[in-house]
Design a binder for this molecule. Structure first.
Ligand code: ADP
Ligand code: MG
Length: 639
C-alpha cells in the first residue's frame, strides 16, 4: 500500500484539522488501519470516529469509500472536509440518476479523497459500473452495528458490503460504531468477513456523569425539580412527538426557556430550533430520539428521560450527550410503574403480524400505483401522513411493517430525507450573454450563482436560496421566483429542495400472494429485541449495583470501577452504620463465606432483613481491607 511515510498521523491531524493531539484510542485505530488491518472501533458518539478513517485516508493514495446510513451526517462531513480543501462527495437517496452519474464521474476523474455512499447504493448497477475506476484504497463502515441482525438498527443493504471483498480484495476495512454488545461485535466482524480482526473498544466509563433512576408519580414535577436544582443546558427525551410539545409548553409556563423538536417538523424548523439551543438562546430542548445525531454540544448539564427508552444502546448514547466537557453532569431516567409493563406492549407493536405486513405492502403498491414487476431500483417520494390517511392505517403498525419489509430486503424506507435545491446551467455562454442583455433584471442573480458555486455552469450544484437572498439583500421568495423564471426560459435547470420521506424498492413489486417474509428470522429478531427490553427493565429496577458498571457490562466492558456518583453508589455511601451493626454484620458475613464461596447477591439475601445498602457497605469495606475477595464470577470468598 502506498503511503507517505515521511509524515505521521499527528502531522496530518495538525496540518488539516489544526488539533494538537489525538484523543484516547484514535491513534491506535489509525495505526491499525495504516498497517492494512481490518479494524473495528467502538467509541462513544462524539468520541471522534470520523478522524479514524479521515486521517489515514489523507496519508494514503486513492479514495476512501465511506458507507453511512445517515444522510444528514454524510452531508455535514462532506462540507466539513471541503472547508479544509479536501475533495469529498456524497451520493444518497433522493438524488436523480443524472446527479449520481455526475458525482461518480467527478469522483473517478478528480483527486477525490472521500466518497460517502448510503448502503443501498452498493447494490446498484451504476455503482458496479464506476467502482473499478474509483481507485478505492480504504473502506470505512460508519454505524457498523447496522450490519448485524442482532443490533438495534439492522439494515440489510449493509450485508452487501462484504461483497466488496471480491471487487476490492486487498482493501482494508474500518468499521465504526458507538455501541455494540459483544454478540453484535462478533457478528460485525463475521458479516464483514474480517481477516485477523483488530478490535478497539473505548472504556464505557464516564467518570463525570451521574446516572439516576426515579420512580415518580408526576414526571413533569420531577423535571421541574431537576431543572431547578441543576442549572445549565438540558435535553429532555420523550417517546412521542405530541409529548415533546406538551412538556415544552409546561416548562415555559414555569418560565424555563425551552422548545420542542421531532422528526415531523420541517427541515428549516428543525435547524432553527437546534441552532437556538446550541447557541444557548434556549435552555431546554424537549425532543424525541430524532434529536442529537451529530450534535456536539459540550456543556449539557442534564439529560432527562421523561419516558423509558427502548434499550440500553439508546439510553447510553442519549444520556452520554451530557457532560462532554468533563464537568459533572446528570443523566436522570424517570418512570412510573405503568411504564415498565408498557415496554412489553411496545414489543407487540414493533413486530406486526404477517397479515399486517402484507396489508401495508399492498397499500404501498396501490398508493404508488406501481404495477407488478416494476419499481426495482427506484426511489419514490412517500408522504407517510397522506398515505396513512388515505388507507386509514395506524402509524405504528405501518412504520414497523415497513421496517419488517426493509429487514427482509424488499424495500427501504427513509424518514426525513432532505435534498437541497440544485441548479445547473443548460445554455452556452453566448446565449447566456444575449439573455442577460435582454433581461437585465436577472443579471445579478446569474452573476451570484456563477460567482458562488464553482462549476455550476457544467455540473449540478446544491444551492441555498436563503444564502443568495442574503447576498443580494432581497427576499427568499423573490429569489425562488426568479430561479423558476430562469428554469422556464431554459437558462438553468432548477430543482427546489425536497423534504420528504423516501421509499426505495430493492426488488420489483410482486403480487401479495408471492410476498414471503422469513418468519423464523423475524421471530428470532423479536426474541433478541425482547431480551433488550428485559435488560432495560432490569437496569431500572436495580437498586444496588453501580449503574455505570451495569452499562459497561452490557457492552462487554467488565472492568469498570464503581463510579461512586450514581444513585445506587450514593445510597451505599450514605448508609450509616453504628459500630455494633458493623461488628455484627462483619461476623455474620465471615461465618457465611468461610465454608464456601457464595455469589454476592445471595450473600446479601442470606443476611436476611438487614438493609441492603448496609450489607453492601460492609461487604465493600471487608473487601477493601482484604478480608474477603471477589472472583470474576462475582462470588465472595474468604481471603
Ligand atoms: P463520532 O463520529 O464519534 O460521533 P465525530 O467524528 O463526529 O464523532 O467527532 C466529534 C467532534 O470531535 C468533531 O467536532 C471533531 O472535530 C472533534 N474531534 C475529534 N477528534 C479530535 C481531536 N483529536 N482533537 C480535538 N477535537 C477532535
Ligand atoms: Mg460519526
Amino acid at each position: 500500500m502506498a503511503q507517505h511515510l515521511s509524515i505521521s498521523p499527528l502531522d496530518v491531524l495538525k496540518q488539516y484539522w489544526g488539533y494538537e493531539s489525538f484523543r484516547q484510542m484514535q491513534e491506535d485505530v489509525i495505526l491499525s488501519v495504516l498497517k492494512g488491518n481490518d479494524t473495528l472501533a467502538l467509541m462513544p458518539t462524539g468520541g471522534g470516529k470520523s478522524l479514524c478513517y479521515q486521517v489515514p485516508a489523507m496519508m494514503m493514495e486513492g479514495l476512501c469509500l465511506v458507507i453511512s446510513p445517515l444522510i444528514a451526517l454524510m452531508k455535514d462531513q462532506v462540507e466539513h472536509l471541503r472547508r479544509k480543501n479536501i475533495t469529498a462527495y456524497a451520493i444518497y437517496s433522493g438524488m436523480s440518476r443524472k446527479e449520481v452519474i455526475n458525482v461518480f464521474q467527478i469522483a473517478s476523474e478528480s483527486n477525490c479523497k472521500f466518497l460517502y455512499l448510503s448502503p443501498e447504493r452498493l447494490e446498484t448497477p451504476l455503482f458496479q459500473e464506476y467502482l473499478p475506476g474509483l481507485n478505492v484504497t480504504l473502506i470505512a463502515v460508519d454505524e457498523a452495528h447496522c450490519v448485524s441482525q442482532w443490533g438495534y438498527d439492522f439494515r440489510p443493504p449493509y450485508l452487501r458490503i462484504a461483497a466488496l471483498r471480491n471487487e476490492l480484495p486487498h482493501v482494508p476495512m474500518l468499521a465504526l460504531t458507538a455501541s455494540a454488545t459483544p454478540d453484535v461485535q462478533q457478528d460485525i466482524c463475521d458479516k464483514l468477513e474480517f481477516k485477523n480482526a483488530k478490535i478497539f473498544r473505548q472504556s464505557f466509563e464516564r467518570p463525570n456523569l451521574s446516572y439516576s433512576v426515579f420512580n415518580v408519580d408526576s414526571k413533569i414535577n420531577k423535571v421541574f425539580e431537576i431543572l431547578k436544582k441543576v442549572p445549565g443546558t438540558s435535553i429532555v427525551y420523550c417517546r412521542s412527538r405530541k409529548r415533546t410539545r406538551e412538556i415544552s409548553d409546561l416548562l415555559r409556563l414555569q418560565n424555563i426557556s425551552s422548545d420542542f423538536y421531532h422528526a415531523g417538523l420541517t427541515h428549516d424548523e428543525r435547524n432553527q430550533k437546534q441552532d437556538d439551543w446550541i447557541k444557548n438562546k434556549i435552555r431546554v430542548i424537549v425532543c424525541t430520539n430524532a434529536f442529537g445525531m451529530g450534535i456536539d454540544k459540550p456543556d449539557v448539564r442534564t439529560v432527562i428521560h421523561a419516558d423509558v427508552p427502548e434499550s440500553l444502546e439508546y439510553y447510553y448514547q442519549e444520556a452520554g450527550r451530557a457532560g462532554r466537557d468533563g464537568k459533572t453532569a446528570y443523566a436522570a431516567l424517570l418512570y412510573d410503574n405503568k411504564n415498565l409493563s408498557e415496554l412489553e406492549l411496545v414489543l407487540e407493536q414493533r413486530f406486526p403480524s404477517l397479515d399486517e405486513i402484507k396489508n401495508v405492502y399492498q397499500a404501498v403498491a396501490n398508493y404508488l400505483q406501481l404495477p407488478s414487476g416494476m419499481g426495482q431500483g427506484q426511489y419514490y417520494s412517500f408522504d407517510i401522513a397522506d398515505f396513512l390517511k388515505k388507507f386509514k392505517l395506524s402509524g405504528h403498525t405501518t412504520l414497523y411493517s415497513l421496517k419488517a419489509l426493509e429487514q427482509d430486503g424488499w424495500l427501504s424506507f427513509n424518514e426525513q430525507v432532505f435534498v437541497p435545491s440544485s441548479v445547473v446551467f443548460t445554455t452556452d455562454k453566448d446565449y447566456l450573454y444575449e439573455f442577460e442583455k435582454r433581461n437585465p433584471q436577472m443579471d445579478s442573480l446569474i452573476k451570484t450563482l456563477l460567482r458562488n458555486y464553482d462549476g455550476i455552469f457544467n455540473h449540478t450544484s446544491f444551492i441555498s436560496e436563503k444564502l443568495i437572498a442574503g447576498i443580494l439583500k432581497t427576499d427568499v421568495t423573490i429569489i425562488i421566483q426568479q430561479l423558476k423564471q430562469l428554469h422556464i426560459a431554459g437558462i438553468i435547470e432548477y430543482q427546489p429542495q425536497k423534504d420528504s420521506s423516501q421509499l426505495y424498492f430493492l426488488r420489483p413489486r410482486i403480487r401479495i400472494e408471492e410476498l414471503v417474509i422469513d418468519m423464523q428470522q423475524y421471530q428470532k429478531r423479536k426474541e433478541v429485541y425482547q431480551n433488550r427490553i428485559k435488560q432495560m427493565q432490569a437496569y431500572i429496577r436495580e437498586d444496588v449495583k453501580c449503574r455505570s458498571q451495569i452499562i459497561g457490562a452490557y457492552f462487554g466492558d467488565d472492568d469498570l470501577k464503581k463510579c461512586g456518583i450514581c444513585d445506587n453508589c450514593l445510597k451505599q455511601k450514605n448508609a450509616t452504620l453504628t459500630k455494633e451493626e458493623f461488628e455484627a454484620l462483619h461476623h455474620r458475613i465471615i461465618n457465611i463465606v468461610k465454608y464456601e464461596p457464595i455469589p454476592a447477591k445471595e450473600l446479601v439475601h442470606k443476611l436476611g432483613n438487614v438493609k441492603k445498602e448496609k450489607a453492601w457497605k460492609v461487604i465493600d469495606l471487608l473487601h477493601a481491607e482484604h478480608k474477603i475477595e471477589m472472583d470474576k464470577t462475582g462470588k465472595v470468598r474468604l481471603k
